[in-house]
Design a protein around this ligand. Sequence first.
Ligand code: AAL
Length: 378
Amino acid sequence: MTPQKQNITITDAQQDFLGITNKDKLSAASKRALLWDPNLGNEWFFDYAVSDLKGDLAYEEGVVRRDPSAMIKHDGKYYVWYSKSVGPTQGFAGDIENDKVFPWDRCDIWYATSVDGITWKEEGVAVARGEKGAYDDRSVFTVEIMEYEGMYYLCYQTVKSPYNVRVKNQVGLAWSNSPNGPWTKSKEPILSPANNGIWKGTEDNRFAVEKKGDFDSHKVHDPCILPYKGKFYLYYKGEQMGEAITFGGRQIRHGVAIADNPKGPYIKSPYNPISNSGHEICVWPYNGGIASLITTDGPEKNTVQWAPDGINFEIKAVVKGAPHAIGLNRTADTEKEPTEILRWGLTHEYKTFDYQYIRRFTTWRITEHKAKGEKGEN
Ligand code: AAL
């Protein structure tokens, strides 16, 4: 944000609050501070901690459980969906037809329920990989849930075999009239990568390109559908062919595709990308707009952003760090405070490169400022 205005007016109260030495000698930082929204409080900021879950979602050796969906509540129980696979990751060096190339390769989508959000019972498979030859025959993973007018929609990533380095990733959808299933899968993916990138040569190398193409020319990941303004906004992470390292991290961007109906067709917004930073999608409605937690990659990582129209996001807060791959608590009162939905939820962590497990996070706002032992210390 570069302030354009030369004649910045500054009140005595602003000067005092911002601690500015000389009203006529404003540094670039002071000029930016004067552009801060005067109503911006602490409620967009938070700190966090992570703890273990109990029951079937406690860490289990030899099993990958990762990328939890949001939680919804049904008949007094929380429900969560997630990617599940077994065994170690072999990588791309060997026989990719039979090996497991990533922890999220050879996954099916499983679900679990819990009364308190801490002790979970694994209920079984919700959506399995497709038959050989189907667009989702290799892995279905990184799922999100949307409940809308008595129907349940799971959207998730799909990969078709062989899972090589250049394989394109798509998004599938399944629906049911109960969170317990059975689920009907879409015959075709509901979202695919842009097809305007050109690989260079035939070696299986994702960095060798003639042309990179759009921000999502290689993979569409981390789909999350929100009902918004009478339409359905499918937020997703894009990976680009020939991905670079920029601003100290991976070149990861977010986009949105919009549909009139939950099942689509989803049309990508011409304003994409809508974030030049981030990783797993974490979005929720707030105050007529959409809030987004941006983690992991890019110059705006570790920020909370908000868009009044679901597309034009501005930074509201910078945070020390945040849980990754968040499964939001969709039962929260999102209007109570901007980050109320982040008070507790699910996340995943790496026990090792091979094995990830689902954990619980809590966040809290920093509202007080007290020295140790001082009355009212928190
Ligand atoms: C995650 C997500 C997607 C990727 C992989 C599994 O962090 O961005 O889900 O495909 O990593």
